[in-house]
Design a protein around this ligand. Structure first.
Ligand SMILES: [Zn+2]
Length: 313
């Protein structure tokens, strides 16, 4: 049956991370849910139960002091800014822990084969969050926590592809010296957060397992496809992943108010399709994707629908 191999996570609690008047707002997730609910495959999706990740699990990527400080801020002060552009509310710690927990749930489902692939439609997003702090709308690095957890399940070669318009600096830093997690990012450059040069290729044991593909403002789908074909897929072929994780931001869409790229909604269908072909070639189709950015509600809903339509196929 179409769709019964894809696990999807979407929880009301993600809406309780209240950012007020901010581009990373809860309406992003309701727009996505409202759109997916209208699809023919929605009722066939697996909807696994999610528990918040424990502090111990989150601490595989973030330091304890930061985690406990965030918890205390949400409990006591209840709202404010943790960095210049990252607001928190009373519900943030729980939402962020549940987003990280989604990573574990999908890792279990996909690694065991209960689901072929999975998508975590979570807030807050994760790929800018670094070891010691929140950054750029992100609190806990969901995809990095997923990769660490997959290693405990036995994954030896994890390929992370980040197509958000912004460079995934937090994820890169988490695995910069690790040759068992290959990180590759396509991003607008120069742009926030300023990292993501092509010359940053990893360090020590991780040298050669970090591939940045910076692209100029105004890049179109064909520019991205060239990077996939000429750089990313040759690297992936050499690496031979046993699972592919995607930092799926949709802010490189032409209608996005923050990004400066010119992708169409259908571009995300194309990217998902070529990555799924690779996942089928190397690892039985195992892929997990995590919502990162995407700030125009219609473009976001269109793009997520395009992405999920391939996952369920
Ligand atoms: Zn972004």
């Amino acid at each position: 049956m179409i769709g019964n191999q894809t696990a999807l996570i979407w929880k009301e609690e993600f809406l309780e991370h209240d950012t007020g008047l901010h581009p990373e707002k809860k309406e992003r997730l309701t727009a996505i849910r409202n759109r997916l609910e209208k699809t023919s495959y929605y009722s066939n999706l697996q909807r696994p139960e999610v528990k918040p990740a424990s502090i111990e699990t989150i601490a595989k990527i973030h330091n304890n002091n930061y985690i406990l400080t965030l918890q205390e801020l949400c409990d006591k002060k209840r709202s404010g800014f943790i960095d210049a552009d990252t607001p928190y509310s009373q519900g943030t710690f729980h939402a962020a822990s549940l987003a990280a927990g989604s990573a574990l749930t999908l890792a279990d489902a996909v690694w065991s084969g209960e689901a072929t692939n999975g998508i975590a439609l979570v807030r807050p997003p994760g790929h800018h969050a670094v070891q010691e702090s929140a950054m750029g709308f992100c609190f806990f690095n969901n995809i990095a926590i997923c990769a660490k957890y997959l290693q405990t399940l036995g994954a030896k070669k994890i390929f992370i592809l980040d197509w958000d318009v912004h460079h995934g600096n937090g994820t890169e830093a988490s695995f910069y010296e690790d040759d068992t997690v290959f990180f590759s990012s396509l991003h607008q450059y120069p742009f926030y957060p300023g990292t993501g040069k092509a010359s940053n290729i990893g360090r020590g044991k991780g040298e050669g397992a970090n591939l940045n593909c910076p692209l100029p403002r105004g890049s179109v789908e064909a520019d991205y496809i060239k990077e996939f074909e000429n750089k990313i897929f040759p690297a992936m072929d050499q690496f031979g992943p046993d699972i592919i994780l995607i930092s799926a931001g949709f802010d490189a869409h032409k209608d996005d108010p923050l990004g400066g790229m010119e992708l169409e909604s259908s571009s995300f269908e194309a990217f998902t399709r070529i990555l799924q072909d690779k996942a089928k070639e190397y690892c039985g189709g195992k892929m997990i994707s995590f919502l990162e950015g995407g700030y125009d509600l219609k473009a976001l809903a269109d793009s997520v629908e395009a992405h999920v339509s391939v996952l369920v196929s």
